[in-house]
Design a protein around this ligand. Structure first.
Ligand code: PEP
Ligand code: MN
Length: 332
């Protein structure tokens, strides 16, 4: 149940009511909002004079639900806006990992050339093997910060675990929580304590309900700026790396108020299919795409098989604009 308190209710009073009804208390849209478990179905009438609106929900997908908030949230990334009524489809691109200054600078130059404003690259990589490249760490974050300054880009980079969450919050413009870290409650709760936008990726073995409930940990912590990212789930299929759940994306667009981004690169795992998938994703009218592109994919230190080279990426962006325009959207 979500209880919106009247705007004249003080923080102290909001906290008192929250303690009494066992609720989270957040400040949202100029007032205090309390969130109880969805199993609580009614509020004592003694609070009537202090409440603006009470929304009873069927499950614990609460703050993220359209049942509570009809409009898609607008996420403002230092002036770059997605969601809401913007009709923007944000192209978020860059290599899987930061590997060197030369490599990340070539990536930044490509984005600048194409008018793309959000660059992705991991500095702390959650690899499936301990014997492979694990990322440049804080050195990589510093290179990303340098590119932000030099090329005026917004930076999205992923938090791997509790040991780097503070560094990521400090350096990133959008904090990425990867598929493997989606269930890390320490990370989720910490990200609820900042106001920086968070891109939460769906774990490859999680249901939509489980995914949305992870988003709730961030929202209920007080951070309203969450973006959902579908990046492929594990099915019986082995020819592709994962299976991009476009039905799930349609479901999230219908039932969630959070912007939805699709990641065709990690889903298929092979560069040959990324352009077709990216066009299909754009045609769905989602709020953004996450695409891996590398100056020389053959020598990439992670996810080499799925990264587009610069020419392939240039060709793709032309066709994405056409698809986006055909449904009244704009690639930014
Ligand atoms: C990535 O974006 O490079 C990444 C590791 O993605 P995921 O968490 O979806 O595997
Ligand atoms: Mn990757």
């Amino acid at each position: 149940m979500i209880i919106e308190l009247k705007s004249n209710v003080s923080e102290k009073r909001a906290q008192e009511i929250a303690a009494e009804v066992k609720a989270f208390c957040i400040h949202y849209d100029g007032g205090y909002v309390l969130i109880t478990s969805s199993s609580t179905k009614s509020l004592d009438t003694k609070f009537e004079s202090e409440t603006e609106r009470v929304t009873v929900l069927n499950d614990d997908m609460q703050l993220s639900s359209r049942a509570w908030k009809k409009e898609t949230r607008t996420i403002d990334i230092n002036g770059v806006k997605i969601g809401g009524t913007t009709m923007n489809t944000a192209l978020i691109a860059g290599p899987c990992s930061v590997e060197s200054e030369e490599q990340i600078e070539q990536s930044a130059q490509l984005l600048k050339e194409l008018g793309i404003s959000i660059m992705r690259a991991g500095a702390f990589k959650p690899r499936t093997s301990p014997y492979t490249f694990q990322g440049m760490g804080v050195e990589g974050l510093k290179l990303l910060a340098k590119m932000r300054e030099k090329y005026g880009l917004q930076i999205i980079t992923e938090v791997r675990d509790a040991t780097n969450v503070e560094d990521i919050i400090e350096y990133a413009d959008i904090i990425q929580i990867g598929a493997k870290a989606m269930y890390d409650h320490g990370i989720l709760k910490r990200c609820g304590k900042t106001q920086k936008p968070v891109l939460l990726k769906r774990g490859f073995g999680t249901t939509l309900q489980e995914f949305l409930q992870c988003a709730e940990f961030i929202l209920a912590g007080g951070n309203p700026n969450v973006i959902l990212c579908e990046r492929g789930i594990r099915t019986f299929e082995t020819k592709t790396r994962f299976t991009l759940d476009l039905c799930g994306a349609a479901w999230m667009k219908e039932y969630s108020n959070l912007p939805v981004i699709l990641d065709p690169s990690h889903a298929i795992g092979y560069a040959y299919g990324v352009p077709d998938l990216a066009r299909a994703c754009t045609a769905m009218g989602v709020d953004g795409l996450l695409i891996e592109v590398h100056p020389n994919p053959k020598v990439a230190k992670s996810d080499a098989s799925q990264q587009l080279d610069h020419d392939q990426f240039r060709a793709l962006t032309g066709s994405l604009n056409a698809v986006a325009n055909s449904i009244g959207r704009k690639i930014i």
